[in-house]
Ligand binder design. Sequence first.
Ligand SMILES: C[S@@+](CC[C@H](N)C(=O)[O-])C[C@H]1O[C@@H](n2cnc3c(N)ncnc32)[C@H](O)[C@@H]1O
Length: 293
Amino acid sequence: MEGATTLSELLRFARGRLTVPYIDDPALEARMIVEHFSGISRADAISSPDRLIPAEALVAIDAALRRRLAHEPIHRIFGRREFYGLDLLLSPETLEPRPDTETLVEAMLPVISETVARKGECRILDLGTGTGAIALALLSKIEQAVATGVDISEGALETAALNAGRLGLGERFTPVRSDWFANIFEQYDAIVSNPPYIPATHIDSLQADVRDFDPRGALDGGEDGLDAYRLISEGAHRCLAAGGTIGVEIGYDQKDAVTGIFQRAGYRLINAARDLAGNDRVLMFQESRPEDA
Ligand SMILES: C[S@@+](CC[C@H](N)C(=O)[O-])C[C@H]1O[C@@H](n2cnc3c(N)ncnc32)[C@H](O)[C@@H]1O
């Protein structure tokens, strides 16, 4: 990074280094890295491109560029990612929350509001909570809701609890270590989950930034990718309150298979939603009624 002393020189240098086939927008990522580690805002960058960059920022930027060139996703390098307007900390044990998952939050919000209108509160169970993304997004929008975030990973739960506290939601979020429903003994009005759903045999062919940096336990859905849906649909009856709703994220080609799994377990599909790219992404179920038989 020798000679890269002014902001504009540094940006040019960083963009050049990130110009490799697997980075779609090197200019954007260069700007994000430089701004993040130099503390310079976008407005400062525009108004004073000749400002000098302190040596310690240059060291941090150089280290970040090396990590990015080793395929590490940019938000993992920053250690945080925005989800549904919330600033969430990441850790090696958490999946990096994706914008597609905001589809599940959007789809479930009306259900949570309706439950609050009916019962004065809404109890949410988030299975495989990771950073806490889904539960915390729902809690941030609906004050009368409380959530239990379940994960099998202790490390993920620590990050979820930290995120809840930082966002001022700690009093309404309870982390519980559990293999799906194993340690869950109460009933919930809404069960939400973005479970691992990638077929095990596909994982090695994923892009390196997903395969090597998201935890395998957050991706691997078993042989056909559907193991978690089978377990969740079987276990949910005991923990779903009367009239409650289950909302799950799915892979783009899993709508029919997951609908079949839930129907065979005694649920009916009440809603389906697509993500911004138009892919099937969310399915919502309630327990079947006698007239559905
Ligand atoms: C795809 S990630 C979703 C994380 C987060 N909900 C999100 O949407 O960003 C799946 C999560 O399920 C958790 N998980 C995997 N198997 C589990 C199990 N048997 N019981 C509970 N959680 C599990 C993983 O540790 C991971 O945090």
